[in-house]
Design a protein around this ligand. Structure first.
Ligand code: SF4
Ligand code: SF4
Length: 193
């Protein structure tokens, strides 16, 4: 039997998606993309997993494939290496664009099923920066693993945790930066944007 071709259902397209993304900080230049594929050829994540294809994600977003784009686990895979950002002939700024799309997916809340666990770890990381001014790895790991794998999952890492503690790779207590007011100022400025 012949494989069924992928078909785009026109009735499900959202023509406003590209405007929503271009109004989001970092997504401004999405409409400049002319699909040359330079970003894909530069991408180290694509080299590991060809399903992560920034050109394709951008094309789908421009077409208005809202649900497919926002619920895709691939929008969370970008490692922010900036290789594509430097090479894109249209200055699409893909690195920031991926963040812009991910922010819209997060804002959708329960309407979109986010398949990646990355936003949970991102949140645990940001909470730590907000509280201490730097990453307190112990708390980030515990909060991230608890939220994604539950107590059983956390217990499965206990022996690795002890090994890391013994080697001095994990701290037991957080170290706060001295100028916490500057950290608070950064978060305030970001929230006002
Ligand atoms: S390199 Fe830029 S113009 Fe080319 S496909 Fe990627 S985003 Fe589009
Ligand atoms: S910034 Fe993201 S999309 Fe661009 S090359 Fe790096 S990993 Fe790939």
């Amino acid at each position: 039997m012949m494989a069924k071709p992928d078909v785009i259902d026109e009735s499900n397209l959202d023509p406003n998606l590209k405007y929503e993304i271009s109004n989001q900080l970092g997504g401004e230049n999405i409409k400049r993309c002319f699909q040359c594929g330079t970003c894909v050829a530069s991408c180290p994540i694509w080299e590991i997993d060809e399903r992560f294809n920034p050109r394709k994600i951008i094309r789908m977003a421009l077409l208005g494939m809202r649900e497919e784009v926002l619920s895709s686990e691939f929008i969370w895979l970008c490692s922010k290496c900036y290789a594509c950002y430097e090479r894109c002939p249209q200055d699409v700024r893909i690195t920031e664009l991926m963040g812009a799309i991910a922010s819209i997916a997060e804002r959708e809340g329960g309407n979109i099923a986010i398949k990646s666990t990355k936003p949970i770890f991102d949140k645990a990381f940001v909470n730590s920066i907000r509280k201490y001014g730097r990453n307190f790895e112990m708390a980030t790991i515990i909060n991230g693993v608890l939220a994604t794998k539950g107590i059983k999952g956390l217990l499965s890492y206990v022996s690795d945790g002890f090994t890391m503690l013994k080697k001095g790779k994990l701290g037991l207590r957080p170290e706060k930066v001295k100028e916490m007011s500057q950290i608070e100022g950064i978060f305030k400025a970001l929230e006002e944007k």
